[in-house]
Design a protein around this ligand. Structure first.
Ligand code: ZN
Length: 172
């Protein structure tokens, strides 16, 4: 009987889509840790910043931090249905608008529960979705960092509008 190769003994690289989704997951975990430390300690420790640097190209990270600094991220939120006043971030589904460097507006949709990421910019389509060269475009990274650092604006939109924006990220 032919012996099946043991999965732990293979040197074969991970398929690119698997490696990509592990990187997406890692990026989300990092953003959640950044949010926790900025909420609890009022700052981000160097270890988390170094982890960000190791996960993203320096240029992309600096561009994203610039967008956060310039308050170019708007987080679209739903009206609160109950009296819950906690400002805890809902990472399950995020819809943000990020104004790019040429003032063009891009819609970013993020779901950490399904590892769904989408930005309406051309860079996302080519570098992230098609070539998988990087985990996020600068707008998505800026959106995640703005939410994690409690920066940027927050705008309440109707459930219908929010769902329209969310759906658009699945059909483009
Ligand atoms: Zn983008």
């Amino acid at each position: 009987m032919e012996k099946l190769p043991s999965p732990c003994c293979t040197d074969a690289p991970l398929p690119s889509n698997v490696a990509h989704s592990i990187l997406v997951e890692t990026a989300f975990q990092l953003c959640k840790q950044i949010e926790a430390s900025s909420t609890e300690q009022g700052g981000v420790p160097d270890s988390l910043l170094l982890a960000l640097y190791s996960l993203f190209q320096q240029q992309l990270l600096l561009q994203a931090l610039d967008l956060v600094d310039q308050d170019r991220v708007t987080n679209y939120t739903l009206p609160k249905e109950n009296k819950d006043t906690s400002s805890q971030v809902c990472w399950e589904k995020l819809v943000c608008m990020v104004k790019g460097s040429t003032n063009k507006e891009y819609t970013c949709c993020i779901s950490t529960s399904t590892n769904h990421l989408h930005c309406s910019c051309p860079s996302f389509r080519f570098s992230v979705a098609m070539r998988k060269e990087t985990v996020m475009c600068k707008h998505l990274l800026a959106a995640c960092l703005a939410v994690a650092l409690h920066r940027g604006k927050s705008v309440i939109v109707t459930k219908l509008r929010w769902e329209e924006l969310w759906e658009s990220s699945h059909t483009q």
